[in-house]
Structure formats: structure tokens, C-alpha cells
Design a protein around this ligand. Structure first.
Ligand code: SF4
Length: 379
């Protein structure tokens, strides 16, 4: 059913959306009715009002698009800008990244957080070289077989670079689409999430895909990031306000509906900040999985007693407590209590710790992958 069929002569666009809202509760019908107008208006708006000057735009190079998509996961554009540029300077091609040492990759990623992204990025580059002859696959389905590329990232790469008609569904897009369609299904349920994906696919452009698919994908990202924001969407500026059923309902902010929220947890850790008189610090590599996986870090202990027990008695009296602080991860608050141990070069020889740590001079640790709070302490 086309939206125009619900329009009476002289009716305002918003009143037509209200009529649609009242008469068409089935999500698939809603999406089908909105699809032609929505995609056309979004594409037009992106052309004139969307973002065009981000460094990963205006390219169809899947390496650059992929890199930006991975960096932008859970991370703001402003934060990503510098990292993206630096990464490309070091690794201009996927072959350069594949050939890099993992410490080099983690070092450049240091501070961006979610380090599993960096490890997957490296593995993905190696798979592109070894399994795909150095060329990224051209469909979302195949792209998803690579490490670290989920359905939405695959869809972004495939639509931006190869104009595939496939829907992205990240947090911003879910917000836009649930508001647009007044979709009240609970996204904590995977069945409802699948329904929303079906609607997202229905809403995609059907013509001029070569040009319109990349623009549509960028448009829906731009709309979610700049206008249909989580709190106080700027509906008056919105290019699809006349179609928006959430706006017609009077309370667009109540979408999306998601009942199950991940619980936050807290963890206390003691850190041994051992520093030699020549400026070198003792760092250990973290296990590949878990908090700060694969990064270099001060030795970590469950509490102060364990930390003391790991030190020779002759060094214990030199410890100085640094004020504890909280470092916030997505679903966990880390309460970190560093203990500083300033040692002469001779005293440092007595330091024997259980892990496979070593002394690193400033020139060495500054290019290693370090967790953000450790880098901050050292700086
Ligand atoms: Fe979002 Fe408002 Fe636009 Fe609806 S009208 S899509 S709620 S900004």
C-alpha cells in the first residue's frame, strides 16, 4: 500500500502519518507503505544536508570503509578522526596491515578501547590476504565470514563500496527506524529484532542502486547521528517528519523499546607500577582474552595482599600508594589502586615477578598497546 493512498486532498503530511498509524498496525505493511517516500526523501536530504567531508567518505575502497566502520563501533566520530588518519599513514593498504606486527597494531589502537576490535582487524587483514587474494569480498554475506565483521558492518561495506541492497542496523539506525515506524516491539527479543531487520530491508531504495544505496546508507547514519538523536530529536529539522509515525504518536522518544538492560558490574584491582631510576617501567602482556586482552600493562593483582606477596620482602617497604580511581568500561567499573615502586637500577635487579614481564624504556612503551588508564598514569 502506498502512503499517498492514505492522503486526503488538503490533509497535512503529519495528519496522513497519523491516519497511517491508526489504521496500519502490521509492521511489514507500515514499512512497505513508507518505503518509496522514505528512501527518496532520505537520499535527497543526504545529498544536500548530510555529512560529506569525513575522511572515510567519497571512497569506494573497502579497506578504508572497513577500517572506519570498525573504528566507529562504540566510538564517537571526533575520537576516531585522528586514529583513522594515523592508521592509514602506517598501513596504507590491507597488505601493509596484514604484514604488521600485532604489537604495532595494538600500539596504534591504544586509547581507542575495545581492543578485541584491533586484534580482529589484524586477523581480518591477514584473512583477506590469505583467503581472498588481497581483495575484500563484495557481498555482505561473504564479508561476514571475516573476523570482526558482523552483519551491520558487512552491510555498510557492501552498500557503500558495492551498492548492494542490504540494510545496516546499528544503534542509531534502530532508533531512527523504530521511531519512523512507531515500532513498539521489544528489541530485547531477537524475534523483534529480526522483524525490524525485515522492515529495514523493505525501506531500502529499489532503483538507481549504484548511486542511491551508498547515499541512503550514509543518510540514515547521518540522520541518527545529527537529528534523530537519542534525547530530544530535532523533529522540526527532520527530512522525514511528514512520514514519521513516532512523531505522529506524540512521543517519538519512547522508541526504541528495549526492556532488558545489561547490568553493570564492578571490579577492584591492584596495579604494581614499578619504575626504574632510568625511567623504564615493568610491563607484562595481558592474556589474549579478558580485560585489556593482549595489551601491555602493569602487573595486575586481585588485591593489595596478593601484590605484596609477589614482591621480595626487601622491596615491600618501598611501595607508595597512589590514590585509587575508577576507570569506566562499557559494562564494568574498574576500581584501580596503583602501588608505585621506585627502584634504583641495582634494586630493580631484585624484582622477580611471576608473569613474563620485562623492563621497557620510554621509547619502547610509548609505542606499545597500553590500556588507557595505564598510559594516562605513565604520562
Ligand atoms: Fe526521528 Fe523526529 Fe525524524 Fe521521527 S521526525 S525520524 S522522531 S527526528
Amino acid at each position: 500500500m502506498a502512503l499517498t493512498r492514505t492522503l486526503r486532498p488538503g490533509a497535512s503530511p503529519l495528519s496522513s502519518a497519523k491516519t497511517l498509524f491508526a489504521n496500519m498496525p502490521d509492521p511489514a505493511d507500515v514499512a512497505a507503505a513508507l518505503a518509496p517516500a522514505f528512501s527518496a526523501q532520505l537520499v535527497r536530504w543526504q545529498k544536500s544536508h548530510g555529512r560529506h567531508s569525513l575522511p572515510w567518505q567519497n571512497t569506494r575502497d573497502p579497506y578504508r570503509v572497513w577500517l572506519s566502520e570498525i573504528m566507529l563501533q562504540q566510538t564517537q566520530v571526533a575520537t576516531v578522526l585522528d586514529y583513522y588518519t594515523r592508521f592509514l599513514q602506517h598501513f596504507p593498504t590491507v597488505a601493509d596491515l596484514a604484514a604488521a606486527k600485532s604489537d604495532e597494531v595494538l600500539g596504534l589502537w591504544s586509547g581507542l578501547g575495545y581492543y578485541s576490535r584491533a586484534r580482529n582487524l589484524h586477523r581480518c587483514a591477514q584473512d583477506v590476504l590469505q583467503l581472498h587474494g588481497g581483495q575484500f569480498p563484495q557481498t555482505a554475506e561473504l564479508l561476514q565470514t571475516l573476523p570482526g565483521i558482523g552483519p551491520s558492518t558487512a552491510a555498510a561495506i557492501a552498500s557503500f563500496c558495492f551498492s548492494e541492497r542490504v540494510a545496516i542496523l546499528d544503534g542509531n539506525v534502530k532508533r531512527v527506524l523504530t521511531r519512523l515506524t512507531a515500532f513498539s516491539g521489544d528489541l530485547a527479543s531477537s524475534a523483534q529484532e529480526r522483524t525490524l531487520l525485515g522492515m529495514a530491508t523493505e525501506l531500502l531504495p529499489r532503483r538507481k542502486l549504484l548511486e542511491d544505496m551508498p547515499r541512503y546508507t550514509q543518510g540514515i547514519m547521518d540522520l541518527g547521528a545529527t537529528i534523530c538523536t537519542s534525547r530530544q530529536p530535532s523533529c522540526l529539522l527532520c527530512p522525514v517528519q511528514d512520514l514519521c509515525l513516532g512523531l505522529a504518536s506524540g512521543a517519538p522518544e519512547r522508541f526504541p523499546v528495549k526492556t532488558r538492560k545489561l547490568k553493570r558490574s564492578a571490579l577492584s584491582l591492584s596495579l604494581l607500577w614499578a619504575e626504574r631510576a632510568d625511567g623504564a617501567v615493568w610491563l607484562e602482556r595481558r592474556p589474549a582474552t579478558g580485560i585489556w586482552g593482549g595489551l601491555y600493562c602493569f602487573p595486575v593483582f586481585a588485591n593489595e595482599d596478593e601484590l605484596l606477596a609477589a614482591l621480595p620482602a626487601t622491596l615491600q617497604g618501598l611501595l607508595q600508594a597512589v590514590p585509587p580511581f575508577v576507570h569506566v568500561l562499557t559494562h564494568k567499573d574498574l576500581r584501580l589502586s596503583p602501588m608505585r615502586l621506585a627502584l634504583s637500577v641495582r634494586q630493580a635487579k631484585a624484582l622477580q615477578l611471576p608473569g613474563d614481564g620485562a623492563w621497557f624504556g620510554r621509547a619502547d612503551w610509548s609505542v606499545l598497546g597500553l590500556p588507557a588508564p595505564i598510559r594516562k598514569l605513565l604520562a
